[in-house]
Design a protein. Structure first.
Length: 506
């Protein structure tokens, strides 16, 4: 497919927002990188300060595998990220590290389920204690209210009604255990992308990636973004009821206790791979309220939106939305290390969890120390402001293009330097182009044309292949953006003329 789209280049050198490959005749060809490692090169390729730091670490004899020892740099990174979260949310946080975005999703998934399970276990233990006490009281002659007895019969079946009360309470404990062992409910959104490992894949809505492995994981309810009623409905249907018996005024009283079986709700505040769709602020606020009311963490996957790309370290900050668990990856490693992290509100952290997920490679000094320098560079070079102002300017230019070619560009979306440009087919246009669109290859054909004809590297989003995503480095210049705009204008002209030949022959 790379070959057909003219994208089969090997990039042998990278510097800032430029990459080089060899043309067939052996000549070096320089290209401007607007693909940005699918969002991992916010600081550009081979940022000099990061390279110098990496070289110094490698030549300085740093220990790369110092497991079962104090991980000093992992500690520094955790402290810095936690301080940032404390400053922006006013709440203490814990930070855990992993090696990739998808692994960060796995971590969050496991932590959320571990926490839910621990809370259910605590509730059950309390109820088991109540039932033990109630059985003792019953054997000493205490009776149950008539109305409660018939409810109990309804739960345990008529056959149980002839048993002594103490034995019925033992059956009730079993009944509770069965109810509490219901599979957890996970919530996610249509168009979501959270990675391709087994657990993360269950939350990734693209069925061609997920379906072959669907039987492996916990089922996820995919909800339509923006529809809060649907969220309320699933939460209501996920309630689990346990029953306890307590003594009151010389009588035994049956009581129902309920919990929501939702373990977590995963959202990308801007759905990146789904086509760069920012979620509505009112909807996000609604999700925050649901999470608070029904005892599950709101997980904000900021693997693509985070690290400053949208103008704040986390996109949630400018939206004024608080996540209980926030995920970072991609540019956290400065394009020189593979590292990801989850930032957990202390309230959702379980102290035993640290040992339940670990990896040979995570929390290593090299990656953590580089990530600390990434935070330094973001601060020293004012990258948050650069992303915000350059993004605003680029979005303005793209919106201008959309107005000039409304029959070709459906919409421009995104924030900061995470922008999506959705193309559409013309109803009675070239059958070849419509065919390419229907097969989900329009974005790849456009990417091939831009690369080969204009020396500009872009890619479509993974689950919305007619949307070109723009994720350049924060150091992208005005001149480079102007070149992009000139090249995109050519694309629009060709699509307006419906000239499939010109689009694929360079
Ligand atoms: N979450 C989001 C929002 C992503 O965009 C991605 C990757 N595009 C991932 C998770 C998975 O990250 P990785 O590719 O590092 O596993």
């Amino acid at each position: 497919m790379l070959n057909i789209a003219g994208l089969d280049k090997h990039y042998f050198k990278g510097e800032g927002s430029r990459l080089w490959y060899h043309e067939d005749d052996g000549n070096e060809k320089e290209v401007i990188d607007f693909l940005g490692g699918y969002g991992s090169t916010l600081l550009g390729h081979n940022h000099p300060q990061l390279v110098a730091h990496a070289v110094a670490m490698l030549q300085g004899g740093m220990v790369h595998h110092g497991q079962l020892g104090m991980r000093k740099h992992a500690g520094e990174l955790g402290r810095r990220l936690a301080e940032h979260m404390q400053a922006t949310t006013g709440r203490p946080h814990m930070v855990l590290q992993a090696n990739s975005g998808a692994e960060a999703v796995e971590l969050a998934l496991k932590l959320a389920e571990f926490g839910k399970r621990a809370r259910i276990d605590r509730l059950q233990k309390r109820i088991d204690g109540d039932l033990y006490e109630a059985a003792r009281a019953a054997s000493e002659g205490l009776n149950m209210r008539a109305a409660d007895l018939s409810t109990l019969n309804g739960l345990l079946g008529e056959a149980a009604s002839t048993l002594p009360l103490s034995e019925q309470f033992a059956l009730l404990a079993e009944f509770n255990h069965k109810a509490a062992s219901a599979r957890p409910v996970l919530l996610g959104l249509e168009r979501a992308f959270h990675g391709k490992t087994t657990g993360a894949l269950q939350l990734t809505n693209n069925s061609s990636y997920r379906q072959p492995f669907e039987r492996l994981g916990a089922p996820v309810h995919f909800l339509a973004p923006g529809k809060l009623d649907a969220v309320q409905d699933v939460i209501a249907s996920s309630r689990v009821y346990l029953h306890t018996v307590q003594e009151n005024d010389g009588e035994l009283i049956l009581q129902r206790q309920e919990f929501s079986n939702v373990s977590a709700f995963f959202v990308e505040p801007i759905q990146g791979e789904g086509g760069v769709h920012p979620l509505d602020i009112g909807y996000l606020r609604g999700l925050r309220a649901c999470a608070d009311a029904h005892d599950f963490p709101l997980v904000l996957d900021e693997i693509q939106t985070g690290m400053g790309r949208t103008g704040s370290l986390l996109y949630a900050e400018q939206m004024g939305i608080r996540g209980d668990i926030c995920l970072l990856g991609k540019s956290l490693g400065g394009a020189l290390a593979k590292i990801s992290a989850i930032l957990v509100d202390q309230e959702w952290y379980e102290p035993e969890f640290g040992l339940l997920h670990s990896s040979t490679f995570a929390e290593d000094d090299y990656s953590s120390s580089l990530a600390c320098r990434v935070l330094d560079v973001i601060e020293q070079e004012g990258l948050l402001e650069q992303c915000a102002s350059k993004g605003r300017k680029l979005a303005e230019a793209l919106n201008g293009l959309q107005k000039a070619y409304p029959e070709v560009i459906r919409e421009v979306r995104g924030a900061g330097l995470l922008l999506g440009l959705e193309f559409m087919p013309r109803e009675h246009g070239s059958t070849t182009l419509r065919d390419i669109f229907m097969e989900g290859r329009l974005g790849y054909v456009i990417a091939g044309y831009l690369l080969n004809k204009h020396g500009i590297r872009v890619a479509p989003t993974l689950s919305s292949p007619a949307t070109i995503r723009l994720e350049p480095a924060a150091l992208i210049t005005d001149e480079e953006c102007q070149k992009l705009m000139a090249a995109l204008t050519h694309v629009c002209e060709i699509l307006r003329r419906q000239n499939a030949y010109e689009m694929s022959n360079y």
